[in-house]
Design a protein around this ligand. Structure first.
Ligand code: GTP
Ligand code: MG
Length: 330
């Protein structure tokens, strides 16, 4: 199934190439009894470079490629011939990939733009040939530099989806149904918890030429920040979303309390998530009377714009897009 192809975390071992050695060589030719030093420089070792590609959405192509090694640079040779550079290896990754040092967990960089290239492991510099060491007092230096060593280590590549609106809700709240209603995405929808196991993205068209990306992630339950449910790891996908759409079913007994539970899970996971703009959607409103909406409205949490929606009847969807668009602008 397409869903299981979504890989957002890989650990790989990378080693760049060593630099080639510089050459120690003295020019020898008929009729030139005392030729000078002519040892060429060593070539550079191959880099391992990440390149961002907006056509990619996952890291699956790197999952089975655990070891990546670039070639060494060639050694320098007589006649001032420079060694060949080791070939660079390019690893294509989706925009939004974060590279980390696996040993320390330190973030090295993030790939932000299509086409961006960053060196993950730098190839070793080639050594200088003896030609470089010629001086007034030493016309025939008999030494050359060795090549510099390449770098190696374990790295983590992690994908954070770059979306504008992240859907936050309990399982079964209707997140995937909303995504299917307002975008062309076709996520799996079913009446049981944890239907969505991998994030889904869709593009919401807003009026003629505007749009934003919506990310549907697996449902969050109480205790998610401690690893309950299908795991905290999906929470990180919403770290970069600029607006969070909280979704609570109209069938819930206490919408305010559900909202607080969700909010608390996010706070426990990463308090910075609460700095984002929030919108609250009360979902599945085709199942309740208009009168009940009126009764519910004053009981909803204060300080957050809300809208009553139904992905089935289409109620409130236009108003929802307006609210999201407004929140995205602020
Ligand atoms: N009547 C009605 N049913 C809805 C609406 N939205 C979703 N549902 C139903 O609610 C159930 C759950 O919908 P999903 O969209 O799969 O819910 P989800 O939030 O993505 O759930 P998880 O992926 O498990 O987290 C399905 O049976 C949907 O048909 C709605 O607006 N009205
Ligand atoms: Mg779902």
């Amino acid at each position: 199934m397409a869903e299981s192809n979504f890989i957002d975390y890989v650990k790989i071992f990378c080693a760049s190439g060593h630099g080639g050695a510089g050459s120690m060589h003295l020019h020898r030719a008929k009729y030139v009894p005392k030729g000078g030093p002519d040892g060429g420089d060593g070539g550079r070792g191959g880099h391992i470079i990440l390149r961002a590609n907006q056509q990619l959405w996952t890291l699956i192509h790197l999952k089975y490629r655990k070891h990546v090694k670039a070639d060494n640079g060639g050694n320098g040779q007589g006649g001032l011939r420079t060694g060949k550079n080791g070939e660079d290896i390019f690893l294509e990754v989706p925009v939004g990939t974060v590279a980390k040092d696996a040993e320390t967990g330190e973030t090295l960089f993030e790939m932000m733009e299509h086409g961006e290239e960053r060196i993950l492991c730098k190839g070793g510099r080639g050594g200088l040939g003896n030609n470089n060491f010629k001086t007034a007092t030493n016309q025939t230096p008999r030494y050359a530099q060795p090549g510099e060593e390449g770098q190696e280590g374990w790295f983590i590549l992690e994908l954070k989806i770059l979306a504008d609106v992240g859907l936050v809700g309990f399982p079964n709240a209707g997140k995937s149904t909303l995504l299917a209603a307002v975008t062309a995405a076709k996520p799996k929808i079913a009446n049981y918890a944890f239907t969505t196991l991998e994030p889904n993205l869709g593009i919401v068209r807003y009026y003629d030429d505007q749009s934003f990306v919506m990310a549907d992630i697996p449902g969050i339950i109480e205790g998610a920040h401690e690893g309950k449910g299908i795991g905290i790891r999906f929470l990180r996908h919403i770290e970069r979303n600029s607006v969070l759409l909280f979704m609570v079913s109209a069938e819930e007994n206490d919408i305010g309390a559900s909202y607080e539970t969700l909010l608390n899970e996010l706070r426990e996971y990463n308090p910075e998530l609460l700095d984002k703009e929030r919108v609250l959607a009360v979902t599945k409103c085709d199942l309740i009377d208009k009168d009940i909406e009126k009764e519910l409205a004053p009981t909803l949490p204060k300080g957050i714009p809300h809208v009553f929606i139904s992905s089935v009847s289409g109620e409130g969807l236009k108003e929802l897009k307006d609210l999201l668009w407004e929140a995205l602008q602020s």
